[in-house]
Ligand binder design. Structure first.
Ligand code: NI
Length: 425
């Protein structure tokens, strides 16, 4: 396959930027992306790409015919945020804003689709475009999956723009990248009574105070310091008036981890500490615990390496930035539970333009070079996948070792080392 990725993506720059501005100006909330969906379908149809609606407001497009299927995913929904940017393409929907850059993802995947369609004859696989609704409510990926759209997919690639990463930088790393986010509610029952007669009461406030402190030990004393986890109590409610001992208390909190096992371990610990502490104070505790709808985003080594090697042909070496894993969640992980997948971070911030507010901020905006960089990232992954399949068919190996050997150090070295370790196993 021979896409001149940088050149062809840059030729489409104004196309994708205009699309991004259009989506930005007309944001729609999760699972209500009807107009967004219509526009996506119209663009794909105009390109000659067959479309299927999926998960109600989602859209699936197919390029190529036959061969293994690989999927590219973009999320399309906006957030309940009142935009505070002073721009001509400012959201025209009160209280709704593309404050997470999904407008950029949608535009970028349409740009990549246009170029892939032009090179359709060179494909030895089928590229499935997944325009996913409802990411912000953690429902869209599950709906797409349950409708069977991933059934014959071999691997999946997705990306996200971040304005707190400067534009020009890109990141793909193997392993955990984004967190699982669980939450819980603890209801403590004691015995209410007179503030002057504590001996007749079971003080739920004191039990709650002890519980809040004891729960902190789960991370500090029971979690491997090399791993990352968070236990936060964000909401406490107890008591009504100063001279009454509270008979009940409620604590609400969230837990962030980077694996399901870690999430389950902390779940058990929260229950144990809550019940044990309550018992110490003659109270009882009821724990309602909700494991996140999506686990941590955990990048498959092979898929990450394909995307990385492809990107290394397109981006300069200094564009690759090592980015620590994030305590944010992403339902892309739902797909990764089913098929191997990788998720890239795309730098989109520009301090000079005043566009470096974090995602979900009411002044969030991006340097639109990030949209074109996202187009290039999608294409880089597909082209590398296709070329490797071609080489495999010719019995020439994957070519990855050649590239990795030529580029030691940093992320390049890391991928090479991981690969060697795995081959030894
Ligand atoms: Ni997002």
């Amino acid at each position: 396959m021979n896409i001149e990725i940088r050149k062809e993506a840059q030729a489409l720059h104004s196309y994708v930027v205009n699309l991004r501005k259009h989506f930005h100006q007309h944001p729609e909330l999760s699972l209500e992306e009807w107009e967004t969906s219509k526009r996506i379908q119209a663009e794909l149809t105009e390109m000659g790409i067959p479309v299927t609606p999926a998960a109600e407001t989602g859209v699936i497009g197919l390029i190529g015919s036959g061969g293994p299927v690989i999927a590219l995913r973009a999320d399309i929904d906006a957030l309940k945020v009142e935009e505070q940017n002073d721009i001509v393409y400012k959201s025209c929907v009160p209280g709704v804003m593309h404050a997470c850059g999904h407008d950029a993802h949608t535009a970028a995947l349409l740009g990549a689709a246009r170029i892939l369609k032009a090179h359709e004859e060179e494909l030895n696989c089928t590229v499935k475009l997944i325009f996913q609704p409802g990411e912000e409510v953690s429902k869209g990926a599950k709906m797409i999956l349950e409708a069977g759209h991933l059934d014959h997919v071999e691997q999946i690639f997705g990306l996200h723009v971040f304005a707190d990463i400067p534009v020009g930088y890109v990141n793909i790393e193997p392993g955990p990248r984004m967190a699982e986010s669980d939450y819980f509610k603890i209801t403590i029952k004691g015995r209410q009574g007179h503030a002057g007669k504590p001996q007749q009461c079971v003080d739920a406030t004191v039990a709650a105070a002890a519980m809040i402190l004891n729960l902190q030990q789960i991370v500090s004393r029971e979690t491997n310091p090399i791993d990352s986890a968070v236990v936060t109590i964000g909401h406490v409610e107890c008591g009504t008036v100063r001279n009454v001992i509270a008979g009940s208390a409620v604590l609400e909190g969230t837990v962030r981890t980077f694996s399901r096992e870690e999430g389950r371990r902390i779940k058990n610990a929260v229950k144990r500490v809550a019940m044990g502490t309550a018992a110490t104070y003659h109270a009882t505790a009821n724990v309602e615990y909700n494991l996140s709808a999506h686990p941590a985003v955990d990048n498959d080594l092979d898929v990450a390496e394909i995307a990385f090697s492809g990107a290394a042909e397109v981006f300069e070496r200094k564009a690759f930035l090592e980015v620590p894993k994030m305590m944010l969640g992403e339902d892309f992980s739902v797909y990764q539970q089913r098929v191997p997948g990788a998720f890239a971070f795309i730098g989109a911030g520009n301090e000079e333009m005043g566009r470096a507010y974090p995602n979900h901020h009411e002044k969030f905006n991006i340097d639109e070079d990030a949209v074109t960089n996202s187009v290039m990232m999608y294409l880089a992954y597909v082209q590398e996948y296709v070329n490797r399949k071609e080489q495999e068919a010719k019995g020439k190996g994957t070519g990855s070792d050649r590239k990795a050997a030529a580029q030691e150090g940093g992320l390049f070295g890391r991928f090479q080392k991981l690969r060697r370790e795995r081959e030894r196993r």
